[in-house]
Write a protein that binds this ligand. Structure first.
Ligand code: BLA
Length: 310
């Protein structure tokens, strides 16, 4: 049977059956990511009218190869939203939330990004309003969307320590208020994560709500290219890829990544991964040597939201 210890962690406990120890370690704790998605959908409908996405028909639910895991997909669109989609994975050993909302190219609003990977003991979390444009070198974009949010970021940075080194390129897709963290599983941590999720999502909805439609074609194109670059990065480099492949096999995982999770990667632009990220390029023999390493041992943003670099 399964027990819960003082820190709220689900633990293998002495089974009451004659066989002694049960060898099941159940995932996961008192967290349910469905609650997060329900909240987001509910909030979204108070701001805008959500329409089902054409993707919904094909991507709704799927079992893992071993029959012990389930993947649940939802997708919508709205006046200012090209695609709102969520993937929840529940298996015996993990729970995953991948919830991302992509605005239409007429808006330069950040992309809402919540990626939570949970096992019985640990959690890997990214929660952010991913900036569409460079905020390290482009002060005006940072000013426009993030300046007023620095206190919100600081509030949660206090509770959630920096998650440690990450793929160097990723930092450019993150904002100064990113919550990048790892923590042990406990009801208290999930409560705070849920609170952060609600705060970040409400702030993001306000942003989109007040965003003014761009009419300048060159600006729209610039937004579109930035979205495509983002999709290209994530479709290729998502650290969840290995997990997905294990669960549903290479072919379905690739389809899910390119056509559902990062839908648009094959339609919104024609550039390839190596065009956007030549530093990762190119020839197979060099693949190992040419991948950029991991960096940012500690939070590279100061309390004023200034980038500190390496
Ligand atoms: C690890 N997930 C990570 C890491 C990051 C992210 C930064 C740390 C390791 C690394 O930097 O490579 C998440 N990276 C992101 C996000 C962006 C980015 C959100 O660049 C956006 C721009 N994670 C998922 C899903 C699964 C998952 C869906 O989002 C599983 C299905 C798993 N993430 C996962 C696992 C690890 C991880 C298992 C640890 C293994 C590893 O480090 O590769």
């Amino acid at each position: 049977t399964i027990g819960i210890n003082s820190s709220g962690e689900w633990r293998r406990r002495r089974s009451s059956t004659k066989t002694g120890y049960s060898n099941i370690v159940r995932c996961c704790n008192p967290v349910s990511y469905k609650k997060f998605v329900d909240f987001a959908l509910d909030q979204t409908t108070t701001h805008t009218h959500l329409l089902p996405s054409p993707l919904q028909e094909k991507y709704n639910s799927m079992n893992s190869k071993d029959g012990k895991g389930e993947l649940s997909m939802l997708s919508f669109q709205a006046a200012k939203i090209r695609l709102l989609r969520s993937l929840i994975i529940k298996s015996e050993t993990m729970q995953v939330l991948d919830f991302t909302v992509f605005p239409k190219a007429e808006y330069d609003t950040p992309i809402f990004c919540a990626n939570f990977f949970t096992t019985a003991r640990t959690n890997i979390v990214v929660l952010d309003l991913n900036p569409l444009h460079d905020i390290i070198n482009q002060g005006d974009y940072k000013e426009k969307y993030f300046k007023s949010l620095i206190p919100l970021g600081l509030k949660y940075a206090e509770h959630f320590p920096w998650g440690g080194k990450l793929t160097s390129e990723s930092i450019k897709f993150f904002s100064p208020i990113v919550i990048w963290t790892k923590f042990t599983s406990s009801p208290q941590n999930y409560d705070i994560l849920y609170s952060a999720f609600r705060d970040y999502y409400k702030v993001w909805l306000e942003m989109v709500g007040s965003a003014v439609k761009e009419t300048d074609e060159s600006q729209i194109l610039r937004n579109l290219q930035a979205q495509h670059r983002y999709l290209t990065w994530r479709a290729e480099k998502d650290p969840g890829q290995g997990v997905l492949k294990k669960l549903i096999g290479d072919t379905l995982a690739k389809d899910l990544l390119r056509n559902f999770l990062f839908n648009g990667v094959d339609e919104l632009g024609s550039k390839k991964f190596s065009d956007y990220f030549p530093q990762y390029c190119c020839d197979e023999d060099n693949k190992k040597r040419s991948t950029i390493g991991k960096s940012f041992e500690s939070r590279p943003w100061d309390a004023n939201g200034e980038f500190l670099g390496e």
